[in-house]
Design a binder for this molecule. Structure first.
Ligand code: FAD
Ligand code: 2HG
Ligand code: ZN
Length: 521
C-alpha cells in the first residue's frame, strides 16, 4: 500500500511509475554474486616471505586427507578446479594452493587440523570467498579449508528466535528458511547470495542492518569452533544470557580465521518486519545528509532500519556499468540517501515516515526524493546501492578503504583525496556507505585494470594516518585480512597488538591458521 501524503511540489518523484522505470529489468532477489572482470593482480604489492616453519604438501599428505574425508569429491587437487579458491572476489589477491579440502563434519575438520598442525601445514579457512581484504585466499601455498559442504540448518526455536546452523550456510539461504517462519537474519549485505554465515561471523560483518540489529558480536549466541590442534571447542550456547566467565565465542567473531575454524553457530534472529518503506532522497551538501540522519534517529526511532548514503560519483559508476540502472531524479545531485523504515504496523510506520519526510522537505534538507512501499520497487532501490561495489570492479582497478570516522571528518577525507589525486592516473574518488553507523567506504578507481604501486603511494599511508589522527578505525567492517596487517598500528596500540599476539600464540602455537593475515608479519 502506498500512502502518498507528501504534497510539496519539489517532491516530484514520489509515485510508483517512476520506480517502475527505475531499472528496466530486475533479477529476482538483490543478491550480488557475480565476480568482477578485473584481470590483474596485486601480487607485486603484497610481498610477504613464505614462513619457513611450514612444510610443503606431499603425496602422502593427500592420501591421509583422502582417508579422513572418505570421499574424493571433498579433496580438490585439479589445477582448473583450484583456480576459484586461489583468488578473491576482486581478483586482486592470488595464492598458489595445491589443495582444497571440503569437509562435511566438525569431526573431519578436527582430524584435518590435527594432522596439519602435526605436519606444520598452513591452512586458510574459506567461506563464500567474498571478503574484500584478501583474508580468504592463500598468500602462498596454504591448504584451503572450504566450509562449502557444511551447510545444514540444525534447529530453530520459534520462541527465542535462535537458529542453529552449520558455518557454511549461505546467508541468503538462511533468510529463505526464516522468512516463511516470520523471522529474518539480523544481517544483510550485497554479497548475501555467496557469503556464508561462518564467514560473516569470522569477519564480524556489518552491512545495512547493523544500525537496527547490532553487530555479529551482539547476535551470535553460540559458536562451535575447531582449534589449530584439532580440539573442538563447544560454546554453542543458545542462551541470551550466560555470564559464566570469559565469553570465549567472541574471540572467534572477527578473528578472520586466525584463531579457529568456526563450524556451527547459534544466531539470534528477530521477527521479520511486515511493513517496509524505502525513501531515496537527494541533497546538495553532506551537511544536509547529517541533518537528515539526526532527524531520522529522532523522529523514526526504532523503525529506522537503514540509513545509507552515496555520492554522485557512485551513481555515475552504477549508471555506466549496470545496463538496467536509471537516473533516479530529473536532475543530478551531490549526495543521495537511502533510508529504510520497517516495522509491524503499516499505517503507523507509513505515517511516521511521511511526517519525517514532510518535516525535512519543509526545512529544505532534501533537494528531491522518492519513496517505495512494494517489495519490487524496494528491491530496485536497493540495487542502486548494492551494485556500487560490483560496478566499481568493472570500472578498473579499485583501491578500497573501509573507515570509521567521526562525522566532522566523514566526507572530508573524500574531498581531501579528490584534491590529492586530481589529474593523477585518471582516477575517480567516491564515497558511500553506512553513514548511520559512521562507516565510510572510500573507493578510488583507475580505468586501467592494473594496480599501480606509485599511485598507491599517493593514497597510503596518507589515508591511514588521516584516519588515525581523527581517532577513526582503518577497518570498520571488512577486517584486516592480508591487506592491512602492516597498518594495524594505526588503530591498535602496541599493548593491544601484543595481547592479540599472545592470544594467537595460545590458541595456535604453530601459527598454521591463516598465516600472514591480521597480525603484522
Ligand atoms: P570469506 O570471504 O570466505 O572469508 C573472510 C574471512 O573469514 C577470511 O579471513 C576467512 O579465512 C575467514 N573465514 C571464513 N569462514 C570461516 C569459518 N567458518 N571459520 C573461520 N574463519 C572463516 N562486508 C561487510 O561487512 N558489510 C557489507 O556491507 C559488505 N558488502 C559486501 C558487498 C559485496 C558485493 C561484496 C563482494 C562483499 C561485501 N562485504 C561486506 C565483504 C564480505 O562479504 C564479508 O566480509 C563477508 O562476511 C565474508 O563472508 P564469506 O563467507 O565470503 O567469507
Ligand atoms: C558495502 O557496504 C560493502 O556495499 C562494500 O561493504 C563496500 O565496496 C566497498 O567498498
Ligand atoms: Zn559496507
Amino acid at each position: 500500500m502506498l500512502l502518498n501524503r507528501i504534497t510539496k511540489s519539489n517532491f516530484i518523484n514520489i509515485n510508483k511509475s517512476c520506480l517502475k522505470n527505475y531499472f528496466c529489468s530486475v533479477s529476482s532477489g538483490s543478491s550480488t554474486t557475480t565476480s568482477t572482470t578485473t584481470t590483474t593482480t596485486t601480487a607485486n604489492l603484497l610481498k610477504v616471505k613464505r614462513d619457513d616453519r611450514f612444510s610443503y604438501l606431499n603425496k602422502d599428505d593427500i592420501s591421509v586427507f583422502k582417508k579422513i574425508m572418505n570421499d574424493e569429491s571433498g579433496v580438490i587437487t585439479d589445477a582448473d578446479d583450484l583456480v576459484g579458491y586461489n583468488h578473491d572476489w576482486m581478483n586482486k589477491y592470488h595464492g598458489n594452493s595445491q589443495l582444497v579440502l571440503r569437509p562435511k563434519s566438525t569431526e573431519q575438520v578436527s582430524q584435518i587440523l590435527k594432522y596439519c598442525n602435526e605436519r606444520r601445514l598452513a591452512v586458510v579457512p574459506q567461506g563464500g570467498n567474498t571478503g574484500l581484504v584478501g583474508g580468504s585466499v592463500p598468500v602462498h601455498d596454504e591448504i584451503v579449508l572450504s566450509l562449502q559442504s557444511m551447510n545444514k540448518i540444525h534447529e530453530f526455536d520459534s520462541v527465542t528466535g535462535v537458529l542453529t546452523c552449520d558455518a557454511g550456510c549461505i546467508l541468503e539461504s538462511l533468510e529463505q528458511y526464516l522468512e516463511p517462519r516470520g523471522f529474518t537474519v539480523p544481517l544483510d549485505l550485497g554479497a548475501k547470495g555467496s557469503c556464508q554465515i561462518g564467514g560473516n561471523a569470522a569477519t564480524n560483518a556489518g552491512g545495512i542492518r547493523l544500525l537496527r540489529y547490532g553487530s555479529m558480536h551482539a547476535n551470535v549466541m553460540g559458536v562451535e569452533a575447531v582449534l589449530a590442534d584439532g580440539t573442538i571447542v563447544d560454546c554453542l550456547s543458545t542462551l541470551r544470557k550466560d555470564n559464566t566467565g570469559y565469553d570465549l565465542k567472541q574471540l572467534f567473531i572477527g578473528s578472520e580465521g586466525t584463531l579457529g575454524v568456526i563450524t556451527k553457530l547459534a544466531i539470534l534472529t528477530p521477527a521479520k518486519p511486515t511493513s517496509v518503506h524505502v525513501a531515496l532522497l537527494s541533497c546538495d551538501s553532506f551537511d544536509e545528509v547529517k541533518k537528515l540522519l539526526i532527524e531520522a534517529k529522532k523522529q523514526l526511532g526504532d523503525i529506522l532500519s537503514a540509513f545509507e548514503f552515496m555520492d554522485r560519483s557512485c551513481i555515475d559508476v552504477v549508471l555506466e556499468h549496470q545496463p538496467q540502472a536509471r537516473e533516479p531524479f530529473d536532475s543530478k545531485f551531490k549526495f543521495y540517501v537511502l533510508l529504510e523504515v520497517s516495522g509491524f504496523n503499516e499505517q503507523h510506520d507509513n505515517e511516521k515516515l511521511n511526517s519525517y519526510l514532510e518535516d525535512v522537505i519543509s526545512r529544505k534538507m532534501v533537494a528531491d526524493g522518492t519513496f517505495a512501499s512494494d517489495s519490487k520497487s524496494i528491491a530496485e532501490f536497493w540495487k542502486l546501492r548494492e551494485t556500487i561495489t560490483e560496478s566499481l570492479g568493472k570500472a578498473g582497478a579499485v583501491y578500497k578503504y573501509d573507515l570509521s570516522l567521526p562525522m566532522d571528518q566523514f566526507y572530508n577525507i573524500v574531498e581531501v583525496m579528490k584534491e590529492r589525486l586530481a589529474g593523477k592516473n585518471n582516477s575517480m574518488v567516491c564515497g558511500f556507505g553506512h553513514v548511520g553507523d559512521g562507516n565510510l567506504h572510500l573507493n578510488i578507481s583507475t580505468p586501467k585494470q592494473k594496480y599501480n604501486k606509485e599511485f598507491l603511494g599517493l593514497i597510503e599511508p596518507f589515508v591511514y594516518e588521516f584516519t588515525s589522527k581523527h581517532n577513526g578505525s582503518i577497518s570498520a567492517e571488512h577486517g584486516i585480512g592480508a591487506m592491512k596487517t602492516e597498518q594495524l598500528h594505526h588503530s591498535k596500540t602496541n599493548s593491544a597488538i601484543q595481547l592479540m599476539r599472545s592470544i594467537k600464540q595460545t590458541m595456535d602455537p604453530n601459527g598454521i591458521l591463516n598465516p600472514y593475515k591480521v597480525l603484522p608479519n
